[in-house]
Design a protein around this ligand. Structure first.
Ligand code: COI
Length: 355
């Protein structure tokens, strides 16, 4: 399929102060759209000026939350190349999310072509400063104008881009995380492993409570026993306990993060034992109390590698690594971002060159 491109006649001014980018507040000049119907399959792939999308008020997504998305990044390398990090992993995960929500499958190669074409068109929007990137947000929603609760027969796939800096206001300073023991994000058999808007909607109440108490985000426990650590609001989580790395296993209610997977591969490559297993809150707190919890950090596309400096559970606060970034967390951040920004050898073939 050919992608039809209609360029804007009113390009926006690009941000001049990249230190103030923040996350997801400004958007580039164009977006990609493509429609799906059961009769036609995917059709009419097009790039058009960024702007509002018309939706029938009865659209499935507005009533039943038939929406999935991905978070990816494009980086400006020192040699002038623009690259993406493991984009096929995101595209495959999007198809897994689509399967869970009965949305149509994407042709993986075509989805990559759409991402590439839009990045090439928006190349001047990829920021230059260290720590910045172009955040890529592909998403898909059910478009059936029908109030019956059923699998959708029509959908739209959209891609928008946003130049970003750090996800957290803290930057690379450690975040404060509160362990949520009331609300749950997901249960096994539910949609926890899918990247769907509904998972994030379910997380907002606890997130707002955490913020009101001065915490950055919540650490979720499993939805059945509220006993096992799962993930943080916008990232997977890892702990260094007595020299070994422990991270919650992908039980079905945890998002299979691509940064998580990449960090595990780097850590194992450095000789660390990485245990993907059930990790109980009791075990975590015991390690925090007896000093064997050496480091804690989150991993995610938006958050990259983000140190955790404080954990709070039932009003008791535990300081991790003296409230500072741990040396392994720093090493992971440095290595991962060096690969992403083309400063380190891409030995594992993770970078995809766009232009
Ligand atoms: C990402 O890391 O890209 C995410 O999707 C997390 C979030 C901003 C929802």
């Amino acid at each position: 399929m050919e992608i039809k491109i209609t360029k804007t006649t009113a390009p926006k001014a690009k941000p001049t102060d990249e230190s103030k980018l923040g996350f997801g507040k400004i958007f580039t000049d164009h977006m990609f759209l493509m429609d799906y119907s059961e009769e036609r399959g995917w059709y009419d792939p097009r790039i058009v000026p960024y702007g509002p999308i018309a939706l029938d008020p009865a659209s499935s997504v507005l009533h039943y939350g038939t929406e999935i998305f991905e978070g990816m990044k494009a980086y400006r390398n020192e040699n002038g190349d623009i690259t993406m990090f493991r984009p096929m992993e995101n595209i495959r995960r999007m198809n897994n999310s689509a399967e869970r929500l009965c949305l149509p499958q994407l042709d993986e190669e075509f989805a990559l072509k759409a991402l590439d074409t839009l990045v090439a068109l928006e190349k001047d929007w990829v920021p230059h400063s260290e720590g910045t990137s172009l955040y890529l947000r592909p998403f898909m929603y059910g478009a059936d104008p029908h109030l019956g609760v059923h699998k959708v027969h029509s959908a739209t796939f959209v891609i928008i881009y946003s130049p970003v800096g750090a996800y957290y206001a803290e930057g690379l300073n450690p975040v404060k995380i509160i362990i949520e023991d009331e609300d749950v994000r997901a249960v096994r058999g539910g949609t926890g492993y899918a990247k769907c808007g509904g998972n994030y909607a379910a997380s907002l109440r606890a997130g707002a409570r955490a913020e009101a108490k001065g915490y950055t985000q919540v650490l979720w426990l499993d939805g059945v026993e509220r006993k096992y650590v799962e993930e943080v609001g916008s990232m997977n989580v890892m702990f260094k306990v007595a020299g070994k790395i422990v991270t919650p296993a992908l039980t079905g209610s945890v998002l299979p993060g691509i940064t998580r997977k990449s960090c595990i591969e780097l850590l194992r490559g450095w000789g660390y034992v990485v245990e993907e297993r059930l990790f109980s809150i009791d075990e975590l707190l015991a390690a925090a109390k007896d000093g064997t919890l050496e480091e804690a950090w989150g991993t995610g596309t938006a958050a990259v590698v983000s140190p955790i400096g404080k954990l709070c559970y039932k009003d008791a606060e535990y300081t991790v690594t003296g409230g500072k970034i741990g040396s392994l967390t720093q090493k992971l951040y440095d290595e991962l971002t060096a690969i992403q920004w083309g400063k380190a050898d891409d030995k594992l073939g993770w970078c995809h060159k766009v232009i």
